[in-house]
Ligand binder design. Sequence first.
Ligand code: CUA
Length: 366
Amino acid sequence: MAQRVVKPKTNLGPGFWPVTAFIVVLSAIMVYLVETSPLPIGLIQAGQPADSIDALFRFLGAVAAVLFNIVTIYTVYFGIVFARPKNAPANTIGVQIHDSPVLEFWWTAIPTILVIVLSIYSVKIWADLQNTQGDVLTVEAIGYQFGFQYRYPKLANPVSEFHLPVNTPTTIHVTSRDVIHGFWIPELRMKADMVPGLINTIRVTPTVPGTYRVICSEFCGLAHGAMKGTVIVDSQQDFSAWFNKQAAAQGTTTGGGGGAAGGAAIAIDQGKADAGKTLFGQKCSACHSVGPFEQKQVGPGLGNLFNDSKHPKLVNDKPATPQNVAAIIHDGYQGDLGVMPSAQVNQISNSDIANLVAYLASLSKK
Ligand code: CUA
């Protein structure tokens, strides 16, 4: 059965250009609204990276609005203009067009450029979030069923309150003690998985003092929904006052290589080299060899740690005394040689530290 072909009056239909003008005007209004409207109520920008994340979000929204208008309005328009006329037979079909190099070029080129622009924009923001250079404060956030703990430099024990000083570039190392949790601060638009055995790093600079939410964003067990906390962004003075109160309450700090932890000093002389060797294989050997300093993996080789005349200040710019080695294992390290998580993050107890010190000392005696 031959099909009858109805030829349209023009290729694009009678109202194509007015409809196109309507799309342009509507898109311009929507882009303006997407770029200028306030974000949902209560979701303030409490610091960086909230501003850059929101800028990316608005850019995506503007692009999506324009694409939405083009696709839906033309679809409806062409559907109406090229509908089968009422008096035409039921098997009438429209003009069949094959191969349009110009059209094919543009519907390939435009999405490609769009995806490239979005990729570069996103990667740039992501790279800024990972660049912790010049950060002033480093905090460790540890998830557990069902809550959060925080460790601060020079504070011996983890605390359950999370305070950050305002206008201070801060690195947060995020991990978990048991199962996978999510660490999410909506007001800072910052989120990272808390994975046992893995340390994820995020950076924030809070700029607006206040109390904000910390929410677990991964289903982690029966009380997942109750796993919520707060972060309090303090003025510098309030933060110092809070910090000093915590230090006083704990009775001690680990600053200056003291080696005291949890109110109880590490009994270094009771360490057992055998136990330390086993532990080194489990906890340290991924990053440290037992060869000479130069035999680096992630960190330096530790075979000569206690007797390394070429690197007399290897342990955090201090001599490698058992106390200083215990302190660096306990506190972790951040500096020229890289980043080593604290004993809390590595899940190493005080007696473990003593065993590790005994093992490292035994290596240097050979
Ligand atoms: Cu922890 Cu959900």
